[in-house]
Design a protein around this ligand. Structure first.
Ligand code: C5P
Length: 216
């Protein structure tokens, strides 16, 4: 098991940009676990199955070969050897993903793949349940938040249609591995911080926790 840095937080909290930058600075691989949930959601929609029906989604899961691997520094999920990356940000996927992510069989299958990536590389992994459920034993856990106004503005600036409040509500209230702040996570409020500011704070805390940094 390699070093895992877990970065959790609600939608549009800035965790993706921070996780990418952190992985680049530490020479770690990056895994966006949200992209895994989005990938399977796209696959369910493509199969014309109902993304709110656990029976239909489970049937799609059953007949699909899931595999995960690194493409450069990025961990990705393949579905029957198809790379879903071009589609994971589609509005239809964003709209349906929280329904799919509530389903136990989906969470079990994807969590297995997310964990297996940590056997190969040191990782910065971002998501909702990384510190609380996927890697509860890592000492390096961060929870990044920002005010709802700033998060809405960030998403609008990216030009995406995204009901972030609805997604957060579904993600926080689901039965299995909901969005939650792990007890031992370091909270960072990014409302008034730049990306560099947040990354600097995370790196400062990692040094305090004893993580060795790459030589410059
Ligand atoms: O991070 P992103 O907003 O792209 O995640 C999309 C969705 O995937 C979330 O709204 C949530 O429903 C689901 N997700 C999850 N667990 C994770 C990461 C994402 O349930 N670890």
């Amino acid at each position: 098991m390699r070093t895992i840095i877990a970065i959790d937080g609600p939608a549009a909290s800035g965790k993706s940009t921070v996780a990418h930058e952190l992985a680049a600075r530490l020479f770690y691989a990056h895994v966006n676990s949200g992209a895994f949930y989005r990938a399977f959601t796209w696959w369910v929609l493509r199969a014309k199955a109902d993304p709110t029906s656990v029976e239909e989604a489970a049937a799609v899961l059953e007949r699909t070969k899931l595999s995960s691997r690194f493409e450069g520094n990025e961990g990705i999920l393949l579905l029957d050897d198809v790379d879903p990356t071009p589609h994971v940000r589609d509005d239809a996927v964003t709209h349906a993903v929280s329904f799919i992510a509530r389903m136990l069989p989906v969470r079990e299958a994807l969590t297995t793949h997310l964990r297996s990536l940590a056997e190969e590389r040191d990782l910065v992994m971002e998501g909702r349940d990384i510190g609380s459920f996927v890697f509860p034993d890592t000492p390096y856990k961060f929870y990044i938040d920002a005010s709802p106004e700033v998060r809405r503005a960030r998403r609008q600036a990216q030009g995406h249609h995204d009901e972030i409040a609805t997604r957060d509500r579904i993600d926080s209230s689901r039965a299995y591995a909901p969005l939650t702040i792990a007890e031992d996570a370091h909270m960072i409020d990014s409302t008034h911080l730049t990306i560099d500011g947040v990354v600097g704070e995370v790196i400062g805390l990692l040094k305090l926790l004893g993580l060795s940094m790459p030589a410059r």
